[in-house]
Design a protein around this ligand. Structure first.
Ligand SMILES: Cc1cc2nc3c(=O)[nH]c(=O)nc-3n(C[C@H](O)[C@H](O)[C@H](O)COP(=O)(O)O)c2cc1C
Length: 162
């Protein structure tokens, strides 16, 4: 039985791409989080709505069923950085899910800024879980495979060791 799960939220595809790469490499099961109300993907409305929800820690409604993680021991959580912190859908998922018995690895994608506050918020929301590590990627895609290889390999070897 598979013991590694990857849970991701992605608005524009970068985090999804990375999560899929990791799932293939680790042979992990992949789960996508989807908000009930999808975010705009363009221009000012995208930055306004998504930035506001992340900054204000809004608990956004998520599509059901949520990922069923009972049987997994290790969970990789992948999110974009929004307004220097965790995306609202990932934060909402963490607030609704008891991961205290899991070993977690936090993964953030961004456009070049810091992911420090994003990881801090994820850690706080996952109450008592053991944290294996955290990694930040800048716009991962098919074009950054070589650049990202060392980071991806290091996540995989750390997670497989557990
Ligand atoms: C509302 C919003 C706020 C963002 N804020 C930041 C930020 O503070 N720092 C940063 O480096 N990137 C920021 N970004 C860029 C995303 O983190 C980056 O494009 C990410 O890879 C997108 O992941 P996705 O394609 O899976 O949605 C922001 C993007 C959006 C939509």
């Amino acid at each position: 039985m598979n013991t590694i799960a990857i849970v991701y939220y992605s608005l524009e595809g970068h985090t999804k791409y990375l999560a899929k790469q990791l799932a293939e490499r680790l042979g992990a099961d992949l789960f996508q989080i989807r908000p009930k109300r999808t975010y705009p993907t363009k221009g000012f409305p995208k930055f306004f709505c998504a930035g506001r929800d992340a900054s204000l820690k809004w608990n956004v409604a998520l599509q059901k069923p949520l990922p069923e993680l009972t049987s997994y021991t290790t969970v990789l959580l992948c999110t974009p950085v929004w307004a220097e912190t965790t995306s609202a859908p990932m934060y909402s998922f963490l607030k609704q899910t008891d991961l205290s018995s899991k070993q977690l690895f936090f993964i953030a994608t961004c456009s070049g800024g810091s992911a420090k506050r994003c990881f801090e918020r994820m850690q706080k929301a996952s109450k008592g879980a053991s944290i294996l590590g955290e990694e930040r990627f800048v716009h991962p895609s098919g074009e950054t495979v070589e650049r990202d290889e060392t980071q991806i390999a290091s996540i995989c070897s750390l997670v497989k060791e557990v």
